[in-house]
Each structure stands twice: as C-alpha cells, then as structure tokens.
Design a protein. Structure first.
Ligand SMILES: *[C@@H]1O[C@H](CO)[C@@H](O)[C@H](O)[C@H]1NC(C)=O
Ligand SMILES: *[C@@H]1O[C@H](CO)[C@@H](O)[C@H](O)[C@H]1NC(C)=O
Ligand SMILES: *[C@@H]1O[C@H](CO)[C@@H](O)[C@H](O)[C@H]1NC(C)=O
Ligand SMILES: *[C@@H]1O[C@H](CO)[C@@H](O)[C@H](O)[C@H]1NC(C)=O
Length: 591
C-alpha cells in the first residue's frame, strides 16, 4: 500500500468523523445526491451503448399542492431526514389521456405529482462511490459548493425537457421521455411533472386562481435546478430548455417571460411555439372555459374567492369528471395559458399577447431551434375520427379557424376566413386526409414559419429551423399506435432523442434495426451539439448539408429526412404558399 493511499484513507476518515450527522453512512446508498431538502437515493441504470447512468426519479421539487395548496403557487419542499427513496417515478398528475395511450405506463395518479426525474452519467455524479465521495470530500451544502473545494470543472450541461399533452395530460416519466440516448453523451437530463388541465391552467382571473399555474410550476422547477444542479454534477448556468408540443409552446412562452429570465441559456422546440395559433392566450377564452367548467361542476357562485373555496374542497373525481366534459368539447386540450392581469402576490408569467411580445423582440437574445414534422397531424387522425370532427365542421364551419382567431378577430370576418380555408384545403369535400393536412399546415408549419419570419425581423440570437421528415416504417408511433402513413408525425422527431421505453422496452428496436439506430445517432448528435455548444452542427463545418440559421433574406430550414443526409433548404414554394396564405388570414384584420 503506497503512502498516498494511506494518507487519503486518513483524510476520508477525518472528514467523515466531522460530518456524520449531515452525511448519512455512505454504505446506505452509493447512488446519492444531496438536494436542498435532503439526501436522495437513486439507482444505476443502463443507458445507450451500455453506459451506466444514475437515475433519481420522483424527486419532489416543491411541497405537494394538496388541500388548501391546490391552486397556489408551489412552495419549497419540506425537508426530510436520511435518504429519500428516488428509485421510482411516483404518480403522474390527474388527467384524462386522449392521445398517448400505450405510450404512457404510469404507476399511479395523484395530485401529489410534483416531482422531477434527474438522470446523470454515473461517473459525473459528484458523490458516486462505493464507500467514499468520488469527486470531493465535503457535502455540497456544507461546502457552499465552491468549485475549488470540489476540484471539478463547472459541471455538465443540463437539458430540462418539458413534456407535451395539450396542457392537459402527459407526464415526464421515462416511458415516453427516456434519457438513455442523451445521458450517454454526457448530458444531464431532467424531466418533471407540472400541474395540468384544471389544476394547471384554470383561470378565474383572481389572486387565488390566476391561471398559468402549470407554467409557474415550470419556473419553480427551473429555479430548483439552478439551486440544486451542482449536487448532481450539473452546471446550473448551462441549461437548455426543450419541449415537445404543448411542452415546446411552454418553453417558448417561458423564454418570453420576465419570471423565467436567466434560468436557461437556449431553447429547442419540437412541434410547438408560444405564438397562440393552435391554442389561444385570450382572457376571453379563459373566461369561457372557466364558465363551461363551473357549469359542469354545478357551481353557481360568481365570487372568485367563494368559487376557489368550493374548488379546494371539491373531490378530485368530481373535478376530473368536469374536465372530461371539457376535453370532449375541445378535443385535445381543456384550459390553456392565458395573458394575465396582475394580481397581488402572484408571479405574472404571461404579461401580453405572445405574438406582440415576439414582434417587439422579447426573448430575442435566446438562441432557438424550432422544428416541425412533415405530417404532424397523422398523430391526431384517430382523435379527429373519435370526436367526429368532420360532422362538427359540417355543423359549424368556423371550427376550421384557429382558436386564437376565433377569439380575437371581429365575429363579422370569421365566416369569410372559414370560407377561404375550406376553399383552399377541402375543395368542396372535407375528409380526414385534408383535415390532417390543414391541421399540419395551420397549427405546426405555419407557426414555425411565422416565428422564423418574426425573429428574422427583430434579429438577435440565431434561430435554426428544421423539418423532420424521416419515413420510418418501424417507428415507435406506428408500432405503438398501430397506425400507418408516409412521413413523420407529431412526436416522432423526439423519439430519436428521448427513448420511448414503453414501446422500445429494454430489448431495443434501435439495437436490431440498423437504420433506426443511425437516425437516433443523427438526431441525438444534432441535439447534443446544440446543448453543448449552442450550434447543432458538427464541428467539421465543411460537410454537406451544413445547417444555417434563418436570416433576414431567407426563412430556410434543414430537412432532416435520412440519417446523415439532410439538406439545407430554403422554404419550398409549397411552404412559401402556406406561409403567404396564413399570413394573409392572420394579419388581415387586426382584431
Ligand atoms: C381581470 O381582472 C382585472 C382586475 O383584476 C380586470 O381589469 C380585467 O378586465 C379582468 N379580465 C377579464 C377578462 O375579465
Ligand atoms: C344553481 O342554480 C340552479 C338554478 O338556478 C339550482 O337548481 C341549483 O341547485 C343551484 N346549485 C347550487 C349548487 O346552488
Ligand atoms: C376540386 O374538385 C373538382 C371536382 O369536384 C376537381 O375537378 C378539381 O380538380 C379539384 N381541385 C383540386 C385542386 O383538387
Ligand atoms: C430488462 O427488463 C427485464 C424485465 O423487466 C429486467 O429484468 C432486466 O433487468 C432489464 N434489463 C436491462 C438491461 O435493463
């Protein structure tokens, strides 16, 4: 035994003798981290390429919003003694799921759903060891977390990924948001649950129920990440905020919010932006939705404080029944983010119409990647059928108009807008094919083009635009939902960056099907490059298909159609036509 080993051993013993109370016996748990509320004990799991990662699941990032706290802004987690078992994700938030189906495999449902899942390469976990701390001798909070004391660099970049689900359903679980691909590239992956539907987005335009609680939860999570990242080996100042669908819209909305300023460095949006188009931030809609909900709840009061009290005392089942009625009415969402009036003691998240904010340059200092898939709404085809969308449109032609226009344009212009859309997309006969096409263009492609165009005018940090069009016959969605189409639908780009464990399981399809593995490698590389450097391109910038940001002259996008084969494209004529058409509709009459 060398003298160094002896000295080191002595040092460890001396250290532990001093701080045993704050530092539980190391033999209790080797995959551990200390959060501000107490120690957590996770598990070692197998990532991509067989690399091990430490997984902390179901870590409370706030006090659970139970009882009187039901609609309140989240409060700090209550401290605990010893190790908290964080080997399982715990319950997802109360919801009805009209979309994910087989993709989601939750272990339970409860309002006590406010938790984060933190995934870290094992070797980068500061306190990983088989009996001694690997990268430092002093527990983070006692040490004040001085990098010099720990002898580590600034830590790994962090991806905070916001799950989708129309602000009404979904969860951050690894069934859909598996970290395996990214964590093996030395990126910390954090997913989480936030309050959904009634609990997250009902607005009574009052101090007690101001709306946007779900977004406020996201800000709480981001602040938690800022304070706790180092304990997990992460750099709290290098956070990429990403999301898919409503999660992407949320990420973009947070990039426009003073409440989230400085909490992340860059943003990646998959199939969703904050411009209100498939949803609306109109307070008038929030009011309509609230009224419909209160009617379904059989609540007659008009006093917000009295309503709040009734809702706090209402049984969960009754609230979820009313939510279900709303979901049938609106299809894929119930309540949405809203422009808030300011209320005393409430952190305002959205202070004005996001469209106006973007045009004014709010958030333009934050780099963006914005993506859409080429046949987005194939993912909703079954749902359109289920809610009889076609008969609904026949009965009420205005349903083809974006919810935001319905609420913000003068009612007199709406029929002519509906006519223009029907003429262009239906040619006399509405069917599921042209419904899917209209939905894809109006709710996903156009918003991405509109944002690109606005950003190119305001200038600021680079914005990279992509279309994901990889036609994968064995895609996770086609397998999981037993559907078929040509191209890539909503959610599919994400499945090559986050692993859909519910479908792929641990006998990875990706391992057996070479092409799928290559696409996963390609998308994961682009994503990881961006997270690590702010630029999605490989370092060898000479290669064919170099992805350029949009600029004043061109709203160009990268078409990601095959692994390793993307082409830097301008907008095609067809896309230009889509943009021109909806620009004329959205900007025609200022409501
Ligand atoms: C919301 O409340 C504020 C006062 O707190 C009021 O000025 C505003 O008009 C209300 N908005 C709606 C849509 O009722
Ligand atoms: C609400 O009003 C209706 C009729 O106006 C009445 O039948 C009902 O009992 C009232 N509900 C409650 C909870 O007060
Ligand atoms: C529209 O429908 C008519 C027949 O109803 C057909 O002749 C025409 O080609 C269609 N136009 C387009 C653009 O599909
Ligand atoms: C795969 O799943 C099986 C059954 O759920 C489990 O026993 C096994 O440990 C898993 N393997 C890996 C590598 O995670």
């Amino acid at each position: 035994m060398s003298s160094w080993t002896v000295m080191f051993g002595v040092l460890v013993i001396a250290c532990c003798a001093i701080s045993t109370s704050a530092w539980p016996e190391t033999s209790d748990c080797s995959i551990r981290a200390k959060t501000e509320a107490g120690w957590v004990c996770g598990t070692r799991r197998v990532g991509d390429f067989g690399l091990l990662y430490a997984s902390f699941r179901g870590v409370p990032y706030a006090k659970q919003p139970l009882g009187d706290l039901r609609f309140k802004e989240l409060q700090p987690p209550e401290p605990w003694e010893g190790f908290l078992d964080t080997t399982n994700e715990g319950p997802i938030c109360p919801q009805q799921d009209p979309l994910y189906k087989r993709l989601m495999q939750p272990s339970g449902v409860s309002e006590a759903c406010i938790h984060a899942n933190i995934h870290v390469p094992v070797a980068d976990l500061p306190w990983y060891s088989h009996g001694r701390p690997a990268r430092g001798l002093v527990p983070p909070h006692e040490a004040g977390f001085d990098d010099d004391i720990l002898g580590i660099s600034s830590g790994l970049p962090i991806v905070v990924f916001i799950h989708g689900g129309g602000f009404a359903f979904g969860s951050g679980d690894a069934d859909v948001y598996g970290p395996e691909f990214l964590v093996s590239k030395r990126v910390i992956v954090i997913t989480f649950n936030y309050r959904l539907n009634v609990f997250g987005f009902l607005s009574l335009n009052s101090t007690s129920v101001p709306g946007n609680n779900g977004l406020r939860d996201m800000v709480t999570l981001l602040r938690w990440v800022r304070r706790n990242a180092r304990s997990f080996g992460g750099d709290p100042y290098d956070v990429t905020l990403a999301g898919q669908s409503a999660g992407a819209s949320s990420a973009h909305l947070l990039s426009l919010s003073p409440a989230a300023e400085g909490l992340f460095k860059r943003v990646w949006l998959m199939s969703g932006v904050g411009l209100p188009i498939y949803f609306t931030t109109s307070p008038a809609f929030a009011q309509t939705a609230a009224t419909a909900f209160l009617t379904a709840m059989n609540i007659n009061s008009t006093d917000p404080e009295e309503i709040h009290q009734i809702l706090v005392e209402a049984p969960l089942e009754k609230i979820m029944e009313a939510n279900s009625i709303m979901l049938d009415m609106f299809g894929l969402y119930t309540f949405t983010p809203v422009v808030e009036s300011s209320h005393p003691g409430v952190t305002t998240i959205i202070d004005e119409d996001p469209d106006v904010l973007v045009a004014r340059g709010r958030g333009k200092q934050i780099p963006l990647v914005v993506g859409f898939t080429n046949v987005e709404c194939e993912s909703f085809r079954k749902r359109f059928d289920q809610i009889n969308f076609i008969s609904q449109v026949k009965a009420n032609p205005l349903l083809v108009v974006s919810p935001h226009l319905l609420l913000t344009k003068p009612p007199t212009v709406l029929p002519s807008i509906a006519n223009e859309i029907q003429d262009k997309y239906f040619n006399g006969t509405i069917n599921l094919d042209n419904t899917v096409k209209l939905c894809t263009d109006q709710y996903f492609k156009y918003p991405a083009f509109r944002l690109a165009s606005m950003r190119s005018k305001t200038g600021g940090a680079p914005m990279y635009l992509y279309q994901f069009s990889y036609d994968d016959v064995n895609s996770v969605l086609k397998e999981g939902w037993d559907i078929s189409y040509t191209g890539a639908a909503h959610i599919e780009d994400m499945t090559y960056v986050l692993r859909t464990n519910s479908i792929v399981g641990n006998e990875s399809l990706y391992a057996t099907l070479e092409n799928e593995g290559l696409m996963k490698d390609w998308m994961t590389m682009l994503f990881t490059n961006y997270v690590q450097t702010g630029n999605p391109n490989r370092n060898d910038d000479g290669f064919v298909g170099y992805w350029l940001p949009v600029n004043k002259h061109q709203i160009r996008y990268q078409d990601i159609c095959k692994p390793g084969e993307s082409y830097g494209l301008k907008l095609t004529d067809n896309s230009l036509d889509t943009k021109r058409f909806f620009d004329s509709i959205f900007d025609k009459v200022t409501g």
